[in-house]
Design a binder for this molecule. Structure first.
Ligand SMILES: [Zn+2]
Length: 447
């Protein structure tokens, strides 16, 4: 179980990635220690968080790469690295698709799309794994509603979604807050009904006791049996991360009085959500699944950044009943990179720096990576957040680019620590392996 196999051809591909990476490192005149950079290029990474898209087969195009797709939101200002004009997008196209241009003209991308499509068709069901090879990624933790043909173990490991079970009451008042929440709660209601129907029900049970026993626990157990290594909450898109400790009797009262009826006041409903969150987190610990949480500013113009501050979760980590649950704060908490570091001394708290690898230049990210490594290095993990953002920045391009920048940020942090006499080069190599691979292996019990 959980065996990660090395295969000879993949090692060869990694060598090619390494050679290309070294050349690019030299070209950028980056001041990175070449031995550290080379070592980092050789390590087959475990990507702690991403959204691979499966090959369209009998089931048609893939819609299960996210429980809350962010493609139908009110306009907001895109971060510059997500725009198709970003030089990294051009570099990804050149590396992956032999894009012959050195610019991001829309007509050039359009002209070259059939070439990309042809490569994908030639690879068939092996295409997603081929993308991982280009990224230098051995195993990708795949945050998806469901897995499927072409995104399957051993290269792809499932991280399922569980937010929908926090919201069993009438969500119309929460949804009325803004247009983004309206779309999100509609998606969560659909997912809740999917989980109900998988348990043989069409409506939630009449009591909290039944809801926990016949829906919540069986859904978690089904995910675990289906191969999930973690449950993901993107709840920061739906409410704040402040989950108070709530008495069972209080939660019973809210659920039993309001299920199937108009919802109570938001504060009262929140108490039920808080109870359910801690219940699910406890069950994840029992079942050997980690809990992944989106901790970062999020997409869309209505996202409440202050509610995504990881410090809001401190009482959760301090809950003695949840010390067996491993909480992974996904995306490194930006703009709360320093606050999140302080939480790493909690025995049940971990971080990855996915998404920041795409959204920030390696020099910017390197200072945060250094700080985390100076604090609790065995809790820090590499990730990409590969995601189908646009026609120009698909999961393939965003994954390739984030992997490249994520490796460079790590190389810069370790170079600086070595040059300042803080660590030896051997320790730099060891830290590189930990961040790119070994910390995740230990956390998830991969062999
Ligand atoms: Zn994500």
């Amino acid at each position: 179980m959980n065996r990660i196999r090395y295969r000879f051809p993949r090692v060869m591909v990694l060598c090619i990635v390494l050679a290309a990476g070294c050349q690019r490192g030299k070209q950028s005149g980056s001041g990175i220690d070449p031995e550290i950079f080379a070592e980092i290029g050789r390590i087959p990474a475990i990507d702690n968080h991403a959204h691979p898209v499966r090959v369209a087969g009998k089931e048609g195009p893939d819609h299960e790469f996210d429980a809350l797709p962010v493609d139908n939101m009110e306009p907001s200002s895109d971060p510059s690295h997500l725009r198709s004009t970003d030089s990294g997008v051009i570099a990804a196209w050149q590396a992956l698709w032999n894009y012959p241009y050195n610019d991001s003209k829309p007509e050039h991308f359009r002209e070259w799309q059939p070439h990309k499509k042809r490569i994908a068709e030639q690879k068939g069901a092996a295409y997603p794994a081929w993308v991982l090879d280009q990224m230098g990624v051995d195993v990708m933790l795949s945050n998806r509603v469901e897995m499927g043909v072409s995104v399957e173990p051993p290269r792809f490991r499932w991280v399922s979604y569980i937010d929908a079970l926090l919201f069993p009451l009438d969500n119309s008042h929460l949804a009325a807050r803004n247009s983004d929440r309206k779309a999100f709660f509609a998606d969560e209601d659909i997912l809740l009904h999917r989980y109900l129907s998988e348990a043989g029900l069409t409506t939630p049970p009449k009591t909290l006791d039944d809801y926990l026993k016949s829906i919540v626990t069986p859904t978690l157990e089904r995910h675990r049996q289906g191969g999930a290594v973690a449950e993901k909450f993107e709840v920061a898109y739906l409410r704040s991360l402040a989950f108070d400790k709530v008495d069972r009797a209080d939660a019973d009262r809210v659920y039993n009085n309001f299920i199937g009826k108009p919802a109570p006041a938001d504060e009262e409903y929140k108490r039920l959500q808080d109870f359910l969150f801690r219940y699910i987190a406890g069950e994840c610990g029992r079942l050997g699944m980690a809990v992944h949480l989106h901790t970062m500013a999020g997409a869309g113009s209505y996202f409440e950044v202050s509610g995504a501050n990881p410090l809001l979760m401190e009482s959760l980590f301090n809950d003695s009943g949840l010390r067996k649950t491993k909480f992974v704060m996904i995306h490194g908490g930006w703009p709360f990179n320093r606050e999140i570091a302080a939480l790493l001394t909690k025995p049940n708290a971990y971080i990855d720096y996915s998404a920041q690898t795409l959204l920030f230049a390696p020099t910017t990210l390197a200072s945060s990576v250094r700080e985390w490594l100076e604090w609790v290095p065995e809790k820090v993990m590499f990730g990409t957040d590969a995601y189908p953002y646009s026609d120009e920045l698909g999961w393939e391009e965003s994954g390739w680019l984030a992997a490249k920048r994520g490796r460079e940020a790590l190389a810069r942090a370790l170079t600086a620590m070595t040059r300042d006499g803080e660590i030896s080069r051997d320790r730099a190599f060891e830290l590189a392996r930990m961040v790119l691979r070994d910390n995740a292996r230990t956390l998830y019990g991969f062999n």
